[in-house]
Design a protein around this ligand. Structure first.
Ligand SMILES: Nc1nc2c(ncn2[C@@H]2O[C@H](COP(=O)(O)OP(=O)(O)O)[C@@H](O)[C@H]2O)c(=O)[nH]1
Ligand SMILES: [Mg+2]
Length: 322
């Protein structure tokens, strides 16, 4: 009993770190993000302390295929927000390079103009092999940045099926980018992305096929309007030339204003998803470590055709949790 009470108490170091984070100390924020990213207990402890201080930042998720111009657009948008006096944090998730921790050279160069700006916080995260690049730590990291007093948090991630709805749960405003001429990208958009997009962007509008792609997407949006589906704001941008940026900002602002009044619900949803994905991870690890005669019995029953696959799976899960 004593043990369980003690385990609930946080150390003075955690309390000090949490206080400094809430006061806006970027060094502590960076350190806390690493702790959370590496799954350390001190990270979870700080996260729990700062949770009541979340819900003030506007979280903008930016997804889209590699090469569509997400990082370029985000880089330009950071300048727009800085000119408006907002403190901006950028979290870039790179599923393609888990080994390098997602620190993309190209992204660093695109962001280098903001490197000296104390009003900009930039962090790259590896995806540790998770599909699409979202991990349970991403939700907590957004909350840490939120609690540290950043006004806008932009999360850039490659859209990949499931992760699109993960981004939608994470962000107040979900931006989906596509580049012109990619017929299959437009096809892919049909398969679910439109369900989550608040702002749909055709970037690289300087390219010849931009008109055609924009027309196709507008037609799709019109069809959705008629059938009563969720209709995204539509924007054309040319991120490398800083064109379309004020329209982009206006679209985000309109969506954000519609969302006003529910920021705490979003924080709760992030906390809920964090908890569920952690539970999923722990269960997965436990199941993979299962051993013993009961496991062997289930496997041999399955192999001999005495038990269906789904029943075997249920029994293995039961062994872990029952
Ligand atoms: N022509 C053109 N190229 C662009 C535009 N925006 C980005 N790019 C280029 O597209 C490439 C991929 O951009 P990047 O921002 O890294 O895409 P990401 O992978 O989606 O983050 C880079 O070479 C950019 O310079 C644009 O508006 N027009
Ligand atoms: Mg990028």
């Amino acid at each position: 009993m004593l043990e369980s009470i003690e385990s609930l108490m946080v150390s003075p170091e955690v309390l000090t770190s949490a206080r400094r984070l809430i006061a806006g100390d970027s060094q502590i924020l960076a350190r806390a993000i690493s702790w959370v990213e590496n799954g350390l207990d001190v990270g979870s402890d700080i996260y729990q302390e700062i949770l009541p201080h979340c819900g003030n930042a506007l979280v903008v998720g930016v997804t889209g295929p590699p090469g569509s111009g997400k990082s370029t657009l985000v880089g330009s948008y950071v300048s727009v927000l800085r000119n408006l006096g907002r403190k901006v944090a950028v979290v870039a998730i790179d599923p393609s390079s888990p080994l390098t921790g997602g620190a993309l050279l190209g992204d660093r160069i695109r962001m280098s103009k903001h490197a000296e700006d104390r009003g900009v916080f930039i962090r790259s995260l590896g995806s540790r092999g998770d599909l699409g690049g979202m991990t349970c730590s991403t939700y907590q990291i957004v909350d840490l940045i939120d609690a540290a007093g950043w006004d806008v948090i932009i999360v850039e991630t490659v859209g990949a099926g499931q992760s699109d709805s993960d981004v939608a749960a994470l962000a107040d405003v979900s931006v989906v980018l596509c580049a012109p001429g990619a017929g299959d990208q437009v096809q892919a958009l049909k398969a679910g992305v439109l369900e989550v997009a608040d702002v749909l962007v055709v970037n690289k509008s300087d390219m010849p096929q931009a008109m055609l792609t924009s027309q196709q997407l507008r037609t799709m949006l019109e069809t959705r309007r008629i059938t009563g589906g969720k209709v995204a704001e539509f924007v054309n941008t040319t991120a490398i030339l800083n064109q379309g940026l004020s329209e982009f900002h206006d679209a985000i602002t309109r969506v954000a204003q519609r969302e006003v009044g529910h920021p705490k619900l979003r924080v709760q949803e992030r906390a809920r998803r964090t908890l569920l994905s952690k539970a999923a991870k722990v269960s997965r690890d436990r199941i993979l470590k299962l051993a013993g005669s009961e496991v062997e019995k289930i496997c041999s029953d399955y192999l001999a055709g005495r038990m269906s696959q789904s029943e075997s799976v249920e029994r293995l899960i039961f062994l872990c949790t029952g």
